[in-house]
Design a protein. Structure first.
Lengths: 308, 539
């Protein structure tokens, strides 16, 4: 187990180096001068731009810039954004917000998805099952920005149940609506995954054995059926958590959440190399760690799986 | 703003003549209606400043509205684009080149330090110094001693005593005081020069508002400003403070006004342009901004010079239905142009002689076009109009060329360039094959700023090579005029010359669109499209 974990962690290093270089290269290749963009509609004197380009090593070849950046990272310094803020500070400010949002969304989609999926699977072909399947199909096919704007307009503005946007500091109560919107996509997937997995497990020999030796349904469903049906669901949740951490750009934009997605989007627009690469580096790292945790979780769910 | 880098004006005026602006007009409207709760906090939209809040390094709108709120300059702008003395007691000159500035007594920064002549002279020297690399450094290039290449002191600034300093410009500039309400000209306290970066995070100003404590600026979220009780200038706040919330999209900000979480929004998102005026009624604002839009026909092209070119320019101008295009394509968020400046500039009028050339008149257009054809037949040459495709211009360009094609019976097409930079490159190098989109945004509310840099012979942004002795001499005369009123009158005459020649074919002025919630009153937008926050009342 330890050996396996160590091996996986070692694999992280080349993946990270590759990813940062690729992103650095892509930001470098973007058109437009990020320094000129700092001054809005009023371009400063050419000498001013030149000095700032010098300060950020923007006149050096790509590979030299990259090594400056890498040298900083190994000292725990992600550099300074073109607006003069340390990237470390931006990271420390935005990641907690996005993690909160992602956890809340995962919680919503997990609870609702597994419960509805389980009931649907146990009552295969019933009315509940048919309705659930139909509804999940509709939800899957709706683009998230449609769900987001609709929720903001009807629940936020018309009914006034939620704030239409997230207020400063991103308190939990403000994050509920964006989290619900984020949860819709994963929710529909989880319903479908849980349902088919439950149906498959219910037909297996050990479930019949358990029932025929006289165990109550109360015991058979959670311990024998559900637990053994959860492996595909957990795999999905893992990837989904990764996606939520890095990809809530649209939702964060709609609800003005000061998190990773919104900040990264703006940094890309401004061509802010140091900020973009640092964010992506942390994202890749989190994605890899979450996936490792998921793999380890398999062993807990299914004793047949052993890592050596 | 969608318009990119329309222009910069930092061209020195050739002016001489006595000018005294000590008692300049006070155009600020007295707030009407309820007095409001003096402790109420106004919330408004903004965006995260791109730089630390140092006045001379703040040229974009996000930081600009904060810096303008926490600092006070020598003058401030009224809603009409006029100036009134703020920190200054008087700004005087005999010849428009050598200025004497005196300050009001007893004004302080929020740390208690007195605002003196040194506060201005040191701040301007800091902003102008080459190695400080300040974004607004070019605003000082008309002061003696300025250099774009190396560190040099502004020798034209001399402190006389605590409340007086003199300014020597490199050339006479009659409307120089009009610049002084801009952020670049704000004073700085001594503490700023110890560590400018740190100061930019927690600026100490002398304006109507101040930062509400050390952590008032929550990056990427908002900034909290409260009233500065010691401020006693012309912009005394009628409310208790200002919270500027940073939005990544205008749609989110608009949703917040609708939901009652935001008081004032100064930019309505495109998605709401159809509906916002119905929804907000008289709480919606849709008025011209200091932005002029037109298109130019280069003088170096065949058919477009001399008498033939003059006739053709007038013909295409009258072939365009400006009213219809602004209504249909822009939902009324542009205002058809009647001159070459903007309605927010003092001296603007829609009654210039010859301005009927800007009215839609297909018969006259066809007649003039035929007259030009008599000089040299246009044949089946395709008329094209260049624009940058990254700025949302395609819709109106198509409408304009269709209007021209239908009226004159010629082939007319839009010619897209991928980026603004690519389009400008062909303009600068005189490589255009037809007309080009041309716009201008005023840096400060001066008519001269809209005319000289664009149409004077050999001027920096006169890419299409217009030249007129009559216009040149009028502009020169206006810059040397004794009073602003006199200058305005001469600049209007200069515009009448332009209306005959049409070096740029005026289309429309861009509008500022905004809304406010019913919790607030007295929301008035300034000439620079930013609301005058200090006079908003709430509750």
């Amino acid at each position: 187990m330890l050996w396996y974990t160590g091996k996986r962690l070692l694999q992280v290093i080349p993946v990270l180096l590759g990813a940062t270089f690729l992103i650095y290269f892509m930001v470098f290749a973007m058109p437009g001068d990020p320094i000129a963009a700092l001054y809005g509609d009023r371009p400063p004197a050419p000498g001013v731009i030149e000095q700032i380009r010098e300060q950020y090593h923007l006149n050096d070849p790509l590979i030299v810039q990259y090594f400056y950046y890498l040298a900083g990272i190994f000292q725990g310094d992600f550099g300074v954004s073109y607006s003069g803020q340390p990237v470390n500070e931006i990271l420390a400010r935005t990641f907690p917000v996005t993690i909160r949002l992602a956890l809340l969304a995962i919680f919503f989609e997990m609870v609702a998805g597994i419960v509805i999926g389980l009931v649907s699977g146990l009552r295969k072909g019933g009315i509940f099952d048919a309705t659930g399947l139909g509804a999940s199909l509709v939800i899957i096919s709706l683009p998230i920005f449609v769900v987001g704007f609709a929720a903001q307009y009807f629940l936020g503005i018309q009914l006034g149940w939620f704030r239409p946007t997230v207020s400063s500091g991103a308190p939990i109560q403000d994050l509920i609506l964006p989290a619900l919107v984020l949860a819709t996509v994963g929710f529909a997937q989880i319903v479908r995954l849980t349902r088919s997995s439950v149906i498959e497990t219910s037909g297996l020999d050990f479930v019949r054995t358990a029932s025929s030796k006289g165990l109550t349904r109360r015991r058979v469903v959670p311990v024998h059926i559900l637990r053994n049906s959860l492996i595909p669901v957990v795999t999905y949740l893992g990837t989904d958590f990764g996606v939520l951490l890095v990809g809530a750009t649209v939702t964060e934009g709609i609800f003005n959440v000061p998190g990773v997605g919104r900040t990264l989007y703006q940094a890309v627009l401004r061509g802010e190399g140091p900020t973009v690469v640092s964010f992506v580096t942390i994202m890749v790292l989190m994605y890899l760690i979450v996936n490792l945790l998921i793999d380890l979780l398999y062993a807990v769910l299914d004793p047949r799986i052993r890592y050596a | 703003m969608k318009i990119k880098r329309i222009g910069v004006a930092a061209i020195a005026l050739a002016a001489a003549g006595a000018l005294a602006l000590s008692g300049c007009t006070s155009g600020g409207e007295e707030p009407t209606g309820s007095a409001g709760d003096p402790s109420a906090i106004i919330t408004t939209n903004g965006s995260e400043p791109q730089n630390p809040l140092i006045p001379t390094n703040t040229t974009e709108t996000g930081g600009g509205k904060i810096v303008t709120s926490i600092f006070a300059g020598l003058v401030s702008y009224t809603a009409e684009g006029e100036i009134e003395n703020d920190v200054a007691e008087s700004i005087e000159s005999e010849d428009g080149q050598h200025w004497t500035v005196t300050l009001k007594e007893g004004q302080t920064f929020t740390n208690g330090e007195e605002v003196t002549a040194n506060s201005f002279v040191d701040a301007w020297n800091y902003g102008a110094l080459f190695s400080n690399a300040q974004g607004a450094s070019y605003f000082f290039d008309n002061i003696e001693g300025f250099s774009y290449e190396e560190d040099s002191e502004l020798t034209g600034l001399k402190v006389v005593d605590d409340l007086t300093f003199t300014v020597d410009l490199v050339a006479p500039e009659a409307d120089w005081p009009l610049r002084l309400g801009y952020t670049a000209y704000f004073p700085l306290p001594e503490v700023a020069f110890e560590d400018m970066e740190a100061f930019g995070e927690n600026p100490i100003g002398n304006g109507p508002y101040m930062l509400a404590g050390e952590d008032a600026w929550a990056h990427d979220e908002k900034i909290d400003l409260v009233v500065n009780p010691d401020y006693d200038g012309v912009r005394k706040a009628q409310n208790g403070g200002l919270t500027i919330i940073f939005y990544a999209s205008q749609d989110a900000a608009y949703a917040d006004v609708q939901g009652g979480n935001l008081d004032v929004l100064d930019a309505v998102p495109d998605s709401a342009l159809e509906t916002y005026e119905d929804e907000f009624g008289d709480r919606a604002v849709n008025q011209p901004a200091a932005i002029f839009q037109g298109f130019n026909m280069p003088y170096y092209l065949e058919h477009w010079s001399g008498e033939e070119g003059k006739l053709r320019r007038a013909a295409i101008s009258m072939a365009i239905n400006r009213e219809e295009i602004t209504d249909v394509i822009f939902q009324g968020t542009r205002t058809p142009a009647t001159d070459f400046t903007s309605p927010v500039i003092a001296g603007w009028t829609d009654e210039l002689e010859g301005s009927e050339v800007l009215d839609y008149n297909p018969e006259e257009a066809q007649k003039l076009w035929a007259e030009a054809d008599a000089i040299a037949p246009y044949g089946d040459t395709v008329f094209d109009l260049a624009y940058n495709a990254d700025g949302g211009h395609q819709a109106w360009v198509d409408a304009v060329v269709n209007s021209i094609a239908n009226t004159l019976g010629i082939q007319a097409v839009g010619k897209p360039y991928p980026t603004f930079a690519a389009a400008l490159d062909d303009r600068e190098n005189q490589r255009l094959t037809g007309g080009t989109r041309a716009g201008w945004q005023g840096d400060y509310p001066s008519m001269y700023n809209f005319l000289a840099p664009l149409y004077q012979t050999g001027a920096g942004s006169n890419y299409e090579l217009y030249t007129s002795e009559e216009f040149d001499s009028l502009v020169k005369e206006g810059a040397q005029a004794g009073t602003v009123e006199e200058a305005t009158e001469i600049f209007q005459q200069a515009q009448e010359v332009l209306l005959q020649d049409l070096p740029s074919i005026p289309l429309w002025y861009s509008n500022v669109t905004g809304v406010s919630a019913d919790t607030v009153d007295n929301v008035v937008f300034g000439w620079d499209s930013v609301p005058l926050y200090h006079q908003i009342t709430k509750g």
